[in-house]
Design a protein around this ligand. Structure first.
Ligand code: SF4
Length: 347
């Protein structure tokens, strides 16, 4: 499925060229270059998944200024699902046709490590065939802290419980000056990259996200991509890069969302991340129409149906009844051939 050769690195894009592509390149020329690279790897195929998200809790002590989703313990609207709640939801999603469950929550140090293992086992007990993509490395680092185990032991236990891959969130933007504004209490960039390195070493495939459209600079975007590329050279553990446009919602952080900026980021990612097999532009974050455009600007994956994606919808992202037919229609409407897969790109 992946046409992936190291020979392509001969003409690798450097920092200066990447900056010029992001800020000054002619848009159609940028798109043409990204599209050629995308077609070289994937031809006319574009991927989608039939999946659902279970957010086990919205209680989070990180209090990131960019977040419209989290609540403090005891605050109105705060909730925590039991393993039984999770099992019931997973069963319902499986009955609806979901083949993969994404599990994320907040940074809630009161939860013991066993809780996370129970949640994963609950999904597998509802339907053992469900692919489980669970927990950002921020949550995994918290698990290491509360359990006193090393990160690698945490990952091994999660794999034993049934985790098949990590989702790749929490990267935000690696530039520490920007992190101080948007997510001052989260893992540092070095910690995020180190945790990903450990996950890959344990055999877990992951994605890598980048949250953009807030107070980042072009330099911080390019730096983020180059640091991901460097780690991927070392581990080959990333499957997809997932750009995520910031949606202001109730956040005090300003937004500089723009369709043209989405296009530039997507095309630049395809060009710079020459060692990433996939560029994913999730429909729940971009909307179906922008996802169709981005399929022509370097992306090859429109993400999943993501039934009940509370994090995205609380920040004002597009909410729609996404069925499998809908996802196939998005791909076909953009002129590509739909291929259903899971997060590990098993078609
Ligand atoms: S973005 Fe994530 S880590 Fe930050 S406050 Fe929201 S839920 Fe917590």
């Amino acid at each position: 499925m992946e046409n992936f050769a190291d020979s392509q690195f001969k003409s690798r894009v450097g920092r200066q060229e990447a900056l010029e592509l992001l800020t000054a390149a002619d848009l159609p020329a940028l798109g043409e270059r990204a599209d050629a690279l995308r077609r070289e790897r994937h031809g006319s195929a574009a991927y989608y998944a039939v999946n659902a998200a279970i957010t086990y809790s919205n209680i989070c002590q990180a209090m990131c200024p960019i977040c419209s989703f989290s609540r403090r313990e005891g605050q109105p609207g705060a909730y925590l699902l039991s393993a039984d709640d999770v099992r019931r939801r997973a069963f319902a999603f499986s009955e609806m046709g979901a083949e993969e469950i994404h599990i994320i929550g907040g940074i809630y140090p009161k939860l013991p490590f066993e809780y996370y293992l129970e949640v994963v086992k609950a999904v597998k007990s509802a339907d053992p065939s469900l692919n489980v993509v669970a927990f950002t490395v921020s949550e995994c680092s918290l698990m290491a802290r509360v359990s006193g185990l090393g990160l690698e032991s945490v990952f091994s236990s999660l794999i034993d419980a049934g985790v098949n891959a990590l989702p790749g969130g929490g990267a935000e933007i690696f530039d520490e000056a920007v992190r101080k504004v948007i997510s001052p209490n989260k893992l540092s960039a070095e910690e995020w990259l180190g945790a990903m390195r450990a996950a890959h070493k344990c055999g877990l495939k992951t994605n890598a996200t980048m949250l953009y459209g807030h107070v980042e600079t072009p330099e911080s975007v390019v730096d983020h991509l180059l640091r991901l590329r460097e780690l991927q050279d070392e581990t080959r553990g990333f499957k997809a890069f997932v750009p995520l446009p910031f949606r202001k919602g109730a956040s005090p952080v300003p937004s500089k969302a723009s369709g043209v900026y989405d296009i530039r980021i997507c095309a630049l990612a395809r060009i710079v991340l020459d060692n990433f097999p996939h560029i994913r532009v999730p429909v729940p974050h971009f909307g179906d129409r922008m996802a169709q455009i981005l399929l022509n600007f370097g992306a090859d994956d429109i993400g999943g149906t993501h039934w009940r994606e509370e994090v995205a919808t609380s920040a004002g992202a597009v909410r729609s009844e996404r069925t499998e037919d809908f996802m196939r229609g998005v791909v076909e409407g953009a002129g590509f051939m739909p291929k259903k897969c899971n997060s590990n790109y098993n078609v």
